[in-house]
Write a protein that binds this ligand. Structure first.
Ligand code: SF4
Ligand code: SF4
Ligand code: SF4
Length: 249
C-alpha cells in the first residue's frame, strides 16, 4: 500500500491553526513517518501535486479566488477536514456579514480599488462537501492528532460533542458565571478545549462554536439576569463563530 498523502491549505485566516499542527512536534515526527506531507507551505516550500488522501483546510472563503480554489482542492482530496473557527464558521472576519463591506473597504484601505473581496466570509462547508469539522480558535492539538490518526486508520474521529460545561465540571473548576456573575458561553459551546478560559477565571467566548442542540435561548435569558443589555448580549454571541451562534438564536 502506498504512503498516504497529507495536504494543508490556507484560506482567509491567521495561520494559528496551522501553527497548532507544527506545535505537535514529537507527534508530527511520528506522523511524518506514516504520511507523506505533500503540501504544507507553513512548514516547507516543497510541494507535491495531488491527489491527496487527507486535506486539512484552514480559513474562511472571503474572496472570489478562494471560492474557486476550494473547488479544486475538494476535487483532489479523498477526505477534507475543515480546521478552526474560520474554516468551520467564517471566523471573526464574518462580522462583515452583518455590515456594509464596501464601507469597511473604503475606510480601512488606502487604495480600496485593489481589494477584491466577497461581501461575506463563510465556512468551507457552505462551498464544498466537508468530511469533518474540527472546532476552535485555534484548534486543540490533541483533537487534531485524533482526527489525523483516525482518518489515516480509516475510522471516524472520536471527539465529544457535549458542552464546555461538562469539561469544566470534570476539572472541578468553580463556575465563573455562578460565583462571580461573569458571562460565559460554556453551556452552549462545543467541548474540546478542556474549559481553558474558566480555568483562568474567565468566561468562555464560544470559540469552539455551538455544541449539538445548544439551548441558546436559556443562556440568553441567564445573560439578561446578569444585567446584560440586548446589544451586549448580541456582542457576546458575535465573536469567533458569529454566524453559527446567530443560526441557533
Ligand atoms: S480559527 Fe483562529 S487560530 Fe485558526 S486560523 Fe482562524 S483566527 Fe487563526
Ligand atoms: S464557568 Fe462557564 S463553562 Fe464552567 S460551568 Fe460555569 S458556565 Fe459552564
Ligand atoms: S473556554 Fe471557550 S473561548 Fe475559551 S478556549 Fe474553550 S471554547 Fe474557546
Amino acid at each position: 500500500m502506498s504512503t498516504p498523502t497529507l495536504g494543508v491549505w490556507k484560506f482567509t485566516s491567521c495561520d494559528g491553526c496551522q501553527l497548532t499542527l507544527l506545535d505537535c512536534e514529537d507527534e508530527l515526527l511520528a506522523l511524518a513517518g506514516q504520511v507523506r506531507i505533500a503540501q504544507f507551505l507553513e512548514a516547507s516550500s516543497a510541494v507535491v501535486g495531488g491527489p491527496y488522501d487527507v486535506s486539512l483546510v484552514e480559513g474562511s472563503i472571503s474572496t472570489p479566488d478562494e471560492a474557486e480554489r476550494i473547488q479544486r482542492i475538494r476535487a483532489e482530496s479523498r477526505v477534507l477536514v475543515a480546521i478552526g473557527a474560520c474554516a468551520t464558521a467564517g471566523g471573526i472576519q464574518a462580522l462583515r456579514n452583518f455590515a456594509d463591506v464596501d464601507e469597511f473597504r473604503s475606510v480601512v484601505y488606502a487604495a480600496p480599488q485593489y481589494i477584491d473581496t466577497l461581501a461575506t466570509s463563510t465556512a468551507i462547508s457552505e462551498h464544498v462537501d466537508v468530511d469533518f469539522e474540527l472546532r476552535g480558535c485555534p484548534i486543540d492539538r490533541h483533537q487534531l492528532l485524533e482526527v489525523l490518526t483516525a482518518y489515516l486508520a480509516g475510522r471516524k474521529p472520536d471527539l465529544p460533542d457535549t458542552s464546555v460545561c461538562t469539561e469544566c465540571k470534570r476539572r472541578g473548576l468553580t463556575c465563573v458565571m455562578v460565583a462571580h456573575g461573569t458571562p460565559c458561553l460554556g453551556p452552549v459551546t462545543h467541548a474540546g478545549c478542556g474549559a481553558l478560559c474558566p480555568a483562568y477565571g474567565r468566561g468562555c467566548f464560544g470559540c469552539f462554536g455551538p455544541m449539538t442542540n445548544p439551548n441558546v435561548p436559556a443562556l440568553t435569558a441567564q445573560l439578561r439576569v446578569l444585567g446584560m443589555a440586548e446589544d451586549e448580549v448580541d456582542r457576546v454571541f458575535r465573536t469567533f463563530t458569529v454566524s453559527s451562534f446567530e443560526r441557533e438564536r
